[in-house]
Design a protein around this ligand. Structure first.
Ligand code: SF4
Length: 224
C-alpha cells in the first residue's frame, strides 16, 4: 500500500488522551479530529468540527510527525465525519503502513472503504438527533459496516430510545453483542442518572454499556 504523504486536508485538533467510549474505553490513544461533518445532530458536542473550511490545513507528513511525537500505538480517527474528509484514506493508509492500531469513529452514513481499519466504531443516530431519517440511516452503508464486524454505539437519552435501537437491530440484523448503549449527557450528574436505566436495558437486551469517561472525569470542557 503506498503512503501518499503529499496529501493534505483540514484538521480540527490532534491530542493525546484516553479513549473515553466504546469497547476500548480507557485505552491511551492519540485522537485526530478531521474537520467537516454534514450530519448535523442537535446535541453534537463538537460543532466546531462541522464546517469543512475551518480547522487547520495540514499535510499528511506533518500530521504523521505530530502523531509520532505523542503516539501511544492506538490512534482514533474521528470528526466531524471522518469519511467525508479528503485526508481520511491517505491518513488511515499511512498509519496502518507504519504499524499503528487504528480506530475510526463514524456516524455510519457513508459506506466504509476497503481499508485495514482495526476497529470501526459506528454511532448510528436515532430520531432524537434531530437528523431526518433519510440522512442518518443509510441501509447500504450499515450493511457494509456489519460485514466489517463494526461495533454499533447508540447514544440514548430516554428509555424509549432503546425501542428504536431494537428496531434497527432487527431491521439490519445487527449482532446484539456488538451493540453498545451510551447515555447522552455533557454533565456527570445527568450521565450517572441515565446510566442506571441504560445499564438495565443492556442487561435486558444483551447489549454492552458504554461509558463516557471524558465527561465523567473532566465534564464538558473541550479536550485539547
Ligand atoms: S455525526 Fe458526529 S460530528 Fe457530526 S453532528 Fe453528529 S455527533 Fe456531531
Amino acid at each position: 500500500m503506498s503512503v501518499v504523504t503529499e496529501a493534505h486536508g483540514r484538521v480540527a485538533e490532534v491530542f493525546a488522551s484516553l479513549q473515553g467510549e466504546g469497547v476500548t474505553a480507557g485505552l491511551p490513544s492519540v485522537f485526530i479530529r478531521l474537520q467537516g461533518c454534514s450530519v448535523g445532530c442537535v446535541w453534537c458536542d463538537t460543532k466546531y468540527s462541522w464546517d469543512p473550511t475551518k480547522g487547520e490545513d495540514r499535510d499528511l507528513q506533518n500530521l504523521l510527525e505530530e502523531v509520532t511525537a505523542i503516539s501511544t500505538g492506538n490512534v482514533v480517527v474521528t470528526g466531524g465525519e471522518p469519511l467525508e474528509s479528503p485526508l481520511f484514506i491517505p491518513l488511515v493508509s499511512a498509519l496502518k503502513t507504519r504499524g499503528d492500531r487504528v480506530e475510526v469513529e463514524t456516524a455510519g452514513v457513508l459506506e466504509p472503504l476497503d481499508l485495514p481499519v482495526d476497529q470501526w466504531n459506528v454511532s448510528l443516530k436515532l430520531a432524537h438527533s434531530g437528523v431526518p431519517e433519510s440522512r442518518r440511516i443509510r441501509p447500504r452503508a450499515i450493511r457494509a459496516f456489519v460485514a466489517r464486524d463494526a461495533w454499533f454505539k447508540f447514544v440514548v437519552a430516554q428509555p424509549g430510545d432503546v425501542d428504536e435501537v431494537i428496531e434497527l437491530q432487527k431491521r439490519f440484523a445487527l449482532p446484539r453483542e456488538r451493540i453498545l448503549l451510551m447515555p447522552e449527557g455533557i454533565r456527570s450528574d445527568e450521565l450517572l442518572e441515565r446510566s442506571r436505566w441504560v445499564w438495565e436495558a443492556c442487561q435486558t437486551h444483551g447489549f454492552r454499556y458504554s461509558p463516557r469517561l471524558q465527561i465523567l472525569v473532566w465534564g464538558p470542557k473541550r479536550a485539547t
